[in-house]
Design a protein around this ligand. Structure first.
Ligand code: ADP
Ligand code: ADP
Length: 232
């Protein structure tokens, strides 16, 4: 079964004039694949990711994640799914400014009933994995952009999700730092995770195996990348 499947998905926003952000989208994302989504601003990329990430619901059609149709989930199950099945990484990191890096990473585990000392241990381990083992006590404003994004990735991984969704994960980073993040995604993919990433940047997209090109709320074409770029 596919990790993610969209069947004739439509999303319409009603703001006076209806806006068809997605207009009949069919997509199947194989388990363990690395896919990017490209398209002009306003073409529906964020809407697509938000639907898969259970941050929003489709107006019509079905969104399947790990073999479950997401509209059938209760609000509570949707929130749980977001942590346990889906890890979300945002362009703007979305870290809690008053919490330390370790506390930010540990946050998704609060809802899973993991004890405080276990949470902090696991958070330190995850920070270590993203190369920030010595930054657990720092608050976001004491970290660089790339470090903040790595904290956000560690947080996305905290509940051990099989699917990682990333909306412009390198959008606010310089290219050297972006490369570091791509190296991290490469490792996660090599380890068997499913990665779906929105990006404006062609060189970033070329790290993935497939590019879904979105235009005006529809899939324009699906491009296979024959030899994805690798970070050494
Ligand atoms: P990007 O183009 O970098 O993906 P946008 O600035 O288009 O980001 O959108 C960021 C978020 O703002 C979207 O996920 C969406 O939820 C919200 N948004 C975008 N356009 C509108 C709008 N016209 N009205 C209200 N919210 C919007
Ligand atoms: P992209 O991520 O490709 O920039 P979005 O998915 O953010 O595109 O937006 C697709 C379309 O839907 C745009 O016309 C945008 O203005 C509109 N849109 C997105 N989110 C909202 C929202 N929350 N309310 C109203 N319109 C929205």
């Amino acid at each position: 079964e596919a990790a993610v499947e969209l069947r004739d998905v439509r999303k319409t926003y009603f703001l006076g004039e209806p806006v068809h952000a997605l207009d009949g989208v069919d997509i199947s994302i194989p388990r363990g694949s690395y896919t990017s989504v490209m398209g002009p601003s306003g073409s529906g990329k964020s809407t697509l990711l938000n639907l898969i990430g259970c941050l929003d619901t489709p107006t019509e059609g079905e969104v399947w994640v790990n073999g479950r149709e997401t509209s059938e989930l209760s609000q509570r199950d949707r929130t749980t799914a977001r942590g346990e099945e889906i890890g979300f990484v945002f362009q703007t990191f979305n870290l809690m400014p008053k919490l330390t890096a370790a506390e930010n990473v540990a946050l998704p585990l609060v809802f899973q009933g993991v004890s405080k000392s276990e949470r902090i241990d696991l958070a330190e381990e995850l920070l270590d994995e993203v190369g920030l083992g010595d930054r657990g006590d720092h608050r976001p404003n004491e970290l660089s952009g790339g470090q903040r994004q790595r904290v956000a990735i560690a947080r996305a991984l905290a509940a051990d999700p099989a699917i990682i969704l990333a909306d412009e994960p390198t959008g606010n980073l310089d290219s050297e730092t972006g490369k570091q993040i791509m190296g991290l995604f490469q490792r996660l993919h090599d380890e068997g995770n499913t990665i779906l990433m929105v990006t404006h940047e062609r060189p970033i997209a070329e790290h993935s195996e497939r590019v879904i090109h979105v235009l005006d709320g529809t899939v324009e074409k699906v491009e296979e990348i024959e030899s994805p770029r690798r970070v050494e």
